[in-house]
Each structure stands twice: as C-alpha cells, then as structure tokens.
Design a protein around this ligand. Structure first.
Ligand code: BTN
Length: 272
C-alpha cells in the first residue's frame, strides 16, 4: 500500500517496506523500533553477531542517543531520523577507508537532502549543515554522524533532523528538513528519506577513496574558512582551512605552517 506522504507522520513498517522496494532494496534489512537506548548500541550488537552489511536499525525514539566526543544526541520522538547502518567491513578496513568513512556517510546524507532540494553541505568531519554566514555559528546543523566499530565491523550512526519545528530543536543552531523547506511536509515521508539515505550510503561506500575525497572537497563548507580546531586533547589550533587530503584529513594553514588535522571539532571564525 502506498504510504501517506507526510514528513511528520511516524515511521511504519509498511511505509518502510514500500519505499525500500521502490528502490530495489530488501526491506528486511531494516529493523524498526519504537524506542531504544541508542540505535548505534543495537547495531553494534548486530555487527558483533555478523549480520549482513546494510542491516539498518531505526527508532522513533532514543533514550540514550550518543553523539561524537561523548556528547548526547537528543531528538523529540518522531521528529528525527535516528538510524544506524551496519557497513561492509570489506569496504572499511584500510587506514584511509577508516578515516574517510564518516565523510563518506556525510556525503550520502547530504545527497539525500539535496535530492529534496535542501542545499546541504558537509562540515568537516562529521556534520551535514546549511551554510548560514550571517549567524553566530556560520551554519545550521541538519545531521550528525557517529562512526563506531565492534569486532572490526563499522556501524554508521546517523541523526538527521526531519520535521522539528523551531521550538523542537535540540540546540539553537540546529535545523530540520522541514524548517529549511516547509513544502516537504506533504511531499515526502520519513520512510522515503530513510530509504534514500540507505541507497546513498550503499552507493557512496562503493566509491574509491579518491572519488570520495574529490566529492567531499566539492561539497565541504569548511574549506576556505578561518577556523579554530578544538582537538580531543584540548589543544586549539587557529588557521585557514585549506583543503581535504585523500585520506579525508583537514589541511590547515597556520602561522607555523601547514598542519594535517585528523580529528577535532571545527569552529568557524569570522573574518578579522
Ligand atoms: C554528532 O553530531 O555528534 C553525531 C550524532 C549521531 C547521532 C545518531 S542518532 C542515531 C545513532 N544512534 C546514536 O546513539 N547516535 C547516532
């Protein structure tokens, strides 16, 4: 049965089966939960049990959603796409494949947003955003990616804000597909967005590292910005984000020379 097209309607198994089949994808790959602690936690357990690649855990609500750098990921029930995809370990095993994996998933999510005429870009390393140079942060965040691994099997956790209203945003600089394009309310269902993300993840994961790095450079809003990098060890680096190398690392021009940044949080600085 064809789904009712409404972005604020809760995900249902029927809608998911319809949208997966429409894209030639096996609907049995998707496990829908009403409530879990974290879809990443569930998917990592499945990865440990060697489920087939592209098995996807999706939930209407998470009680303990995890973000990067030990942060929480909060999303009002039914307003966000909360999903974790078990990736193919054969495609993510070399150091360069591992460092590019979160960027690859970011490109897949951005591609889904762009299919819906929402002009998403990627913010290094793990965010999908809308550029907003006039705002304090310089961007509005649509989605975040959390890559975790168990027993050598990578899991891509994706939190994409679908239908949050302005008062339902977890933080002020968050946005949602619906806030960016209100027409989407009656044009697309959450299940259609889910199936599109899965299709784009499968497509991008099949590309080679050079192709991914090239696509990332094209879509990356961080390049060309003056940035402060907050490193996991607390050290701050200030400079001009110059490029992304073929391993997905950020190259930053500093007063001390060109630095290769492998991890950290990027704060965009306003021009002096
Ligand atoms: C970030 O921006 O810090 C990454 C956020 C990742 C959130 C998603 S929601 C679905 C999946 N399950 C989790 O517990 N986290 C990821």
């Amino acid at each position: 049965m064809q789904p009712v097209v409404a972005l604020r309607r809760a995900l249902t198994s029927n809608d998911i089966a319809y949208e997966m089949n429409r894209r030639g994808l096996d609907a049995r790959l998707v496990q829908l939960h009403q409530q879990v602690d974290s879809t990443n936690r569930v998917a990592l357990d499945l990865a440990d049990a060697h489920v087939i690649p592209w098995t996807t855990v999706v939930a209407i609500e998470q009680t303990d959603g995890r973000g990067r750098l030990d942060r929480d990921w909060t999303s009002p029930p039914g307003r966000g796409l909360l999903m974790s995809v078990v990736l193919d370990p054969a495609q993510v095993k070399t150091p360069e494949q591992l460092s590019l994996a979160p960027l690859t998933i970011g490109l897949a999510v951005a591609a889904t947003c762009r299919e819906l005429s929402v002009p998403a870009t990627v913010k290094w390393p793990n965010d999908v955003v809308i550029d907003a140079p006039e705002s304090t942060m310089g961007f509005r965040k649509l989605a975040g990616i959390l890559l975790e691994r168990r027993a050598g099997v990578p899991v891509a956790g994706i939190g994409l804000n679908l239908s949050n209203s302005a008062t339902e945003r977890p933080v002020e600089h968050a946005t949602s597909l619906l806030l960016e394009r209100p027409e989407l309310a009656d044009e697309v269902s959450a299940a259609a967005v889910l199936a599109s993300v899965i299709a784009n993840v499968i497509d991008r994961c099949a590309k080679n590292p050079v192709e991914i790095a090239a696509e990332y450079r094209e879509l990356c809003s961080t390049i060309g910005q003056r940035v402060r990098i907050v490193r996991p060890d607390g050290e701050d680096i200030v400079g001009l984000a110059d490029d992304i190398d073929d391993d997905g690392h950020l190259l930053v021009e500093t007063v001390g020379g060109l630095l290769t940044i492998t991890s950290g949080d990027v704060v965009t600085l306003r021009p002096a």
